[in-house]
Design a protein around this ligand. Structure first.
Ligand SMILES: [Ca+2]
Length: 501
């Protein structure tokens, strides 16, 4: 169905007719004829004019990044009681990549890799951003340098409407002089775990939908980061979701209800794309910043208060599972870094498929999204990852080139109650993964293709591969900066404030 005058203003989004255009007048008339009140109803009518997607249109990108959502915490991954019908829908309408890893087993560095396409150790972001003294004690900056090449800014400069809603944590609310998210290349944002005003956590989807609608009406492709709070602590759980799981014990009930609420908001956004008629030209990805959190020493459920998000239940309700992967959040084994990665792009990414083979990393997202958007990488910028557009589109491949590196801050020897939380470095190349302790004096080797759950340690059996990866790791470690570079220190560091060299 076409407007009678045949004119559709927006060339990149043929479903949208701009206000003031004769097409809009036609729609107004149609609304009136149908006795529909103008406003949102007119928008519904506009959605009726959905036409075929022009292959040359730059696609929209919606990247949903959960916080501590375990690989096993999806109905479609076999969870015994969690219900995620909307994320399951993404898996049904897209491809479920089982071998995706993030670049760190904790929040801030993992998110750094998404935005920069670089291993976070390049920025000395090896742990979460906390308060200034703790950042200093760990040789970390106080925020991600906004002057480095950044995914949102690259897409913004290429004409994308860019926005961020949800968790930030590339600084912290406890660092009041840290840059606000908008400085990083976003046209709009609503965030928490950043300086200044904290957006209520459950407003993320509404804000995203409003921005998406506005971008569509303006005829601009959009890049939206929807970085949801769930299931990080505190659990801000609502009764209407708790009532869905009456037979579960309290902590399981809280966990399931929290995920159900997150899934419902994701569903609202997916339905919104449908109403706008832009789902076919939108790449939607669901993933998580690291594996599920667990108490090292389980104790009774308690209430807690978080300065960024408010009051809720503590990690007594952190019941996430990893689908058999070893370790949890903060471990360099796959339980800490192997997370869900489901991608839907109708007609471009196969529906209802599983890729259990291709090793995709969060550092691949920047080059992948830029290629999808038809945008060149900035001059002189070398991503640590590669574009995975071929893999997304069904060309599965085994093993990994170029190598992936991880750096974390783990105790050695491993704490008694956390036997898999001793790795401070890791490297993955081809089909081998080597995990090392702080000074690289202890290593373990796994054939990550044959043994994706890291059940069999094989360094003694494969000394040559062990030595090769050990050397690769040493060389990488030696190339890392000794201290953070850039204007990345809070004034609160006082006399210890560091300066750009
Ligand atoms: Ca996290």
């Amino acid at each position: 169905m076409e407007p009678k005058n045949g004119r559709v203003l927006c060339t990149s989004h043929p479903t949208i007719v701009a206000c003031g255009d004769p097409g809009m007048n036609y729609l107004k008339g149609l609304c009136s004829a149908l006795r529909i009140r103008h406003g949102l109803a007119a928008f519904w009518v506009m959605a009726l004019f959905a036409g075929p997607v022009n292959a040359a249109d730059p696609p929209n990108i919606l990247f949903i990044f959960a916080d501590d959502w375990g690989w096993g915490d999806l109905s479609c991954h076999g969870h015994p009681y969690v219900k995620t019908p909307n994320i399951d829908r993404l898996a049904r309408e897209g491809t479920d990549f089982h071998r995706f890893t993030v670049a760190s087993p904790v929040c801030s560095p993992s998110r750094t890799a998404v935005l920069t396409g670089h291993f976070p150790a390049r920025f000395n972001i090896d742990g979460h951003f906390a308060w200034v003294e703790q950042n200093a004690a760990r040789n970390m900056p106080d925020w991600l340098d906004p002057d480095v090449p950044l995914l949102p800014r690259i897409l913004q400069q290429a004409g994308y409407a860019t926005a961020h809603y949800g968790k930030w944590h590339l600084a912290n609310d406890m660092i009041p002089d840290s840059p606000r998210p908008g400085v990083y290349g976003y046209d709009d944002f609503g965030a928490f775990n950043c300086s200044g005003e904290q957006m209520p956590v459950h407003e993320d989807a509404q804000r995203a939908m409003a921005f998406i609608q506005q971008a569509a009406q303006q005829g601009k492709p959009f890049f939206v980061n929807l970085w949801i709070h769930e299931p990080h602590t505190p659990f801000h759980v609502l009764p209407m979701y708790r009532w869905q799981f009456p037979d579960l014990a309290e902590t399981d009930n809280i966990y399931a209800a929290t995920l159900a609420h997150a899934d419902a908001r994701i569903g609202e956004v997916l339905n919104h794309l449908d109403r706008l008629g832009i789902a076919d030209n939108t790449l939607v990805i669901f993933s998580s910043d690291n594996g599920p959190a667990r108490q090292a020493n389980p104790r009774a459920l308690q209430l807690m208060y978080d300065t960024a998000t408010g009051a809720g239940f503590d990690n007594g309700a952190s019941k996430g599972i990893t689908g058999g992967r070893k370790g949890y959040k903060a471990a360099l084994f796959e339980g800490g870094i192997g997370v869900p990665f489901i991608a839907r792009w109708p007609g471009k990414i196969a529906a209802n498929q599983i890729d259990g083979q291709s090793i995709i990393s969060a550092v691949d997202l920047l080059p992948t999204f830029c290629e999808i958007a038809g945008v060149d990488l900035p001059d002189g910028y070398q991503p640590d990852g590669i574009s995975q557009i071929g893999v997304l589109r069904g060309q599965a491949k085994s093993g990994r080139q170029p190598p992936l590196f991880w750096k974390a801050q783990s105790a050695w020897p491993a704490p008694r109650l956390r036997p898999f939380h001793w790795g401070s470095f890791a490297v993955l190349q081809d089909h081998w993964k080597l995990i090392a302790n702080q000074d690289l004096s202890h290593v373990e080797l796994y054939d990550i293709v044959k043994d994706p759950l890291e059940q069999t340690e094989v360094s003694a059996k494969h000394p040559k591969q062990t030595e090769t990866l050990h050397q690769l790791l040493k060389d990488w470690k030696n190339r890392l900066p000794e201290r953070p570079i850039g204007d990345v220190f809070s004034g609160r560091r006082g006399s210890q404030r560091e300066r750009r060299p």
